[in-house]
Design a protein around this ligand. Structure first.
Ligand SMILES: *Cc1c(COP(=O)(O)O)cnc(C)c1O
Length: 385
């Protein structure tokens, strides 16, 4: 990832406002009830915003824990000096258990195979691994099924007795928390309490029990337990756009994706535009070339639908999004090469938001921000509180 300051004006940039990120983390932390802490989820390069600067900003704003999917992401945090609690939850057989345990990273187990690899690694190291047991309370993705939970808990308890691990966390994940009132929510809460009860009766005494992703952090206080675990809302997107815009939840999008126009030209009417000529100029007009494409994370499904602010107005992508560029028809307006095109941002300057892009292309805001390509430099503003 190119995070160095460019010596020349960049073709495109993703500006990351770390003050917005810190404000979001603080707002989310204030919503956590009963003294629950906050785990800021920084997986997938902090949802495309850049792992290390975002992790640091989240800690500055009071994130008690950081959460990653892969162990490599957690190890990168340690390699760069983060010493606070970190959980990595997405493991595959043969994963870097020893390195993670040695680096004081809490690891997650959803089944016996993982416990076996954890205890083997802990024995080799002569250390006690810190483990969160994950229950499948209804999501049907990762996690241990209720029918297998007693066996997993018993194996973990036996390993505790042996000193190879300590169960520091019990946790699960929601399927439909972004749809308040969905019947699965109450069922998952009940199943989670049952899993906690069974673990307690077996003698486990976890430090933290956690279940709430962004929508549950914002709308479901009874799911907060000891720790909330928001991701997308830390970056300022609403996790449930039907329920409210970011500002309705006290959030502000942290990323602004923009590009410098690479060309502006007059063309006659009837001119085909971009691959396949799916757009034809309705009359003599001015075309502007925006030098970002699907290699930069601009969805190709945005062909003919994606919004972009150019020369003071919302425009729509004219014709196909190519790998590196797309075109907008300025109609009767003009612009200069080098003028800014804003694909999305907080929306405060009249620019589209990531949510607008998500609606235009039939996806969710999460995917829009996370897929911004590696060749777009991330430029950080408001680094210090
Ligand atoms: C991604 C993820 C989160 C964060 O979800 P958001 O909806 O972005 O808040 C929390 N927990 C787990 C297990 C996840 O995979």
């Amino acid at each position: 990832m190119n995070t160095a300051a460019a010596a020349h004006p960049p073709r495109a940039r993703a500006e990351i406002d770390l003050a917005a990120l810190r404000g979001n983390v603080r707002a989310l932390r204030e919503r956590a009830v009963g003294g629950a802490g906050l785990m800021a989820v920084v997986k997938a390069d902090a949802y495309g915003h850049g792992l290390l600067p975002c992790a640091r900003a989240a800690r500055q704003a009071g994130a008690d824990w950081l959460g990653t999917a892969t162990p490599e992401e957690a190890l990168a945090l340690r390699a760069n000096g983060d010493t606070g609690p970190v959980l990595a939850w997405l493991w595959t057989p043969g994963g870097p258990w020893e390195r993670a345990i040695d680096a004081d990273i809490d690891v997650s187990a959803s089944g016996l195979w993982a416990l076996a690899e954890i205890t083997a690694a802990a024995r080799t190291l002569g250390r006690t691994a810190r483990v969160h047991l994950k229950a499948d309370t209804g999501l049907g993705r990762n996690g241990c099924q209720p029918a297998d939970w007693a066996e997993l808990v018993a194996a973990a308890r036996a390993a505790e007795a042996e000193g190879t691990l300590r169960v520091t966390g019990l946790w699960s994940h929601f399927a439909c928390a972004d749809e308040p009132g969905h019947p699965s929510i109450v069922r998952q809460l009940d199943a989670f309490r049952e899993a906690l009860g069974a673990a307690e009766r077996a003698g486990l005494r976890p430090e933290v029990r956690h279940l709430a992703n962004s929508p549950a952090t914002l709308t479901l206080p009874e799911a907060h337990f000891d720790l909330v675990r928001p991701g997308v809302s830390c970056y300022g997107l609403s996790p449930a756009p039907e329920l409210g815009a970011p500002q309705d939840f006290g959030l502000r999008p942290a990323m602004t994706l923009s590009a410098a126009l690479a060309n502006v030209k007059r063309v006659p009417g009837g001119h085909g535009v971009s691959y396949g000529h799916t757009y034809t100029t309705p009359g003599a007009t001015t075309l502007a070339l925006v030098p970002v494409g699907y290699a930069d994370g601009v969805p190709r499904h945005g062909s003919g639908t994606g919004p972009v602010l150019v020369a003071g107005k919302w425009r729509t992508v004219a014709g196909r999004v190519a790998m590196d560029q797309f075109v907008v028809d300025l109609g009767g307006d003009t612009a200069e090469p080098g003028d800014e095109a804003v694909l999305f941002g907080p929306g405060e300057r009249g620019e589209p938001t990531a949510e607008d892009w998500a609606r235009a292309v039939g996806t969710i805001g999460y995917e829009i921000i996370t897929r911004v390509g590696a060749r777009v430099p991330r430029v950080y503003i408001n680094r210090e509180p």
